[in-house]
Design a protein. Structure first.
Length: 528
């Protein structure tokens, strides 16, 4: 039995075909003006001309999306539900001008997760000046719950993308500079180091973070080490361990800023393997005779890993080095992992364990106006504290809470038993697994992709950047890139974000030109 039709079509005074809801007990309700729906759409689009990524909730007659495509260079997305009703619309009206436009996307019956993924994959603040959601009220009022969920999903996606953009805009230059300057050191790294650890069948390991509770946990950690325990140390915790006579088996560092230098300064760590993000400061290589680089989520790191040679792929999405250490332990197939010093909070007004870099760093910079305690206090209170229970001895910030929750999420998905040594910081919710699940063993990177020297790789990459087409209209530019060009273009997006932050009003073609020029300049300064 055929479903009753939901739409009929009415003629506006200007002759356009306007879809209208068929109402059971009254006249049809038009979704647009019956006077002049085109002029109505033009007024709507002119109010949002400063946003070049437009999301329309409800297809209707498609007047506003079509005007947006004709009058602007915006990317246009329409979200609607019920494919049967969409087929009704397309059967009664010609939408070919919309559907055949490369800048247009129609999302029908997408889940909220699919909508979030679409926005996160397609909206990049470095390329688009703004994003706006525009509801077709007569349509959204018919499915309020569905469209409310869509609005919430879009908001979450924008918050995530904006957060990523903020980080890229802050570190984009430094990431690119560090990565290309680490290429030569990557060429000489010992590819067998992690492979041998993995082959050894290591069952247990400790991960040491630098929270204040580490001071209390040092005796337990010493006992663990004396029994042959394997220790993976965050770079921030290194000073505390070494000053207490504990030598870690691996050190992990992910921060691209030169402040990382102070974690190693004054210590002899040449015989301790150092696991580095490709975007780490180049000077860190000198602190270990066995540096091993891994690939994180940076598009240039992924590109290097895909076309030059294979590197370990570690998850750094948790935003902190403890999370990266946990990812490394997972990579090594370690079954039982114990966290030390993982407070993710400030304990009794203390930010780090004793022996960490912050104490000598502030000590050397104190003066009569700004003493060491004043610097410590300023560091401690740089972010507002979250409300806390009166009985606890720690303070959380929104950032530290985010780090803790990401680590909890990571641990819950791992094929390992993760526990945390008792401390004074914010408790970590780790679901104790009764038994390890069977899981396919991951393979360690191989050297099969290595076909050229580091210099030749950089020269090839430089030439590929210069070969990118000159930028014209934004959407047409991206659409016209071939697969190789899109891959190269993607590696430059964090650099573009940094340039866009410094000059928000920069035109798209100028943004692309400046991004290419700065990238090539950085590579040339290394090659010449």
């Amino acid at each position: 039995m055929n479903k009753a039709k939901r739409y009929t079509f009415l003629k506006s005074r200007t002759g356009e075909s306007v879809p209208a809801f068929i109402m059971p007990d009254s006249d049809a309700r038009p979704l647009h003006s019956l006077i002049d729906p085109v002029k109505e759409a033009e007024r709507l689009i002119s109010a949002h001309a400063n946003n070049d990524f437009l999301i329309f909730l409800g297809l209707g007659g498609g007047f506003a999306p079509l005007i947006a495509l004709e009058k602007t260079s915006s990317r246009v997305v329409v979200i609607d539900f019920n494919k049967t009703e969409i087929e009704e619309l397309t059967a009664g009206k010609d939408y070919s001008a919309l559907l055949e436009n490369s800048r247009f996307s129609l999302l029908t019956d997408y889940s909220t997760e699919e909508i979030k993924s679409f926005i996160m994959e397609n909206f990049n603040p470095a390329l688009y000046s703004g994003i706006k959601t525009i509801p077709l009220r007569t349509r959204t009022e018919k499915d309020i719950e569905k469209f409310d969920a869509v609005t919430a999903a879009i908001k979450q996606a924008i918050e995530t993308v904006s957060g990523d953009f903020s980080v890229q805009a802050h570190f984009g230059f430094r990431w690119f500079s560090n990565i290309i300057r680490n290429i030569n050191c990557m060429e000489d790294q010992n590819d067998d180091l992690l492979l041998n650890i993995k082959k050894s069948g290591l069952k247990k390991a400790a991960i040491t973070a630098a929270g204040p509770s580490l001071d209390l946990q040092i005796p337990s950690l010493k006992n663990f080490k004396s029994q042959g325990g394997f220790i993976i140390s965050c770079d921030t915790a290194l000073g505390s361990l070494l000053q207490n006579g504990i030598k870690p088996d691996l050190i992990v560092s992910i921060d691209c800023q030169h402040i990382s230098y102070y974690h190693f300064a004054g210590f002899n760590t040449l015989d301790i393997p150092l696991i580095l993000d490709m975007a780490s400061p180049p000077l860190l290589c000198a602190f270990s005779s066995a540096p091993v680089f891994f690939s994180s989520g940076h598009p240039l790191c992924r590109y290097i890993n895909s076309v030059w040679r294979d590197f370990p792929l570690l998850d750094t999405s948790g935003g902190n080095v403890t999370y990266a250490c946990l990812s490394l332990a997972e990579y090594l197939n370690i079954e039982h992992i114990t966290l030390f010093g993982a407070d993710f909070s400030y304990v009794r007004s203390q930010s780090y364990a004793r022996g960490t870099y912050i104490y000598p760093y502030f000590h050397n910079r104190q003066n009569r106006i700004l003493g060491m305690e004043a610097q410590m206090s300023r560091f401690l209170y740089r972010s507002p504290f979250l409300p806390k229970e009166a009985s606890v001895e720690y303070h959380e910030t929104s950032q530290l809470k985010f780090y803790r929750e990401k680590l909890e999420e990571k641990a819950s998905s791992m094929n390992s038993i993760v526990t945390s040594e008792a401390g004074k910081g914010a408790p970590i919710n780790l679901n104790t697994k009764q038994a390890l699940r069977n899981k396919e063993q991951r393979t360690v990177y191989k050297k099969e992709k290595e076909k050229e020297s580091a210099d030749n790789f950089l020269k090839t990459y430089r030439n590929d950047i210069t070969a990118l087409p000159k930028a014209g209209e934004k959407e047409n530019y991206i659409q016209k890139l071939n697969i190789k060009e899109k891959t190269i273009f993607t590696t430059l997006l964090p650099m573009a974000a940094a340039i866009k932050k410094r000059n928000p009003s920069i035109a798209f073609n100028e943004l692309i030109s400046e991004t290419k020029n700065k990238s090539v300049f950085e590579i040339d300064s290394l090659l010449h």
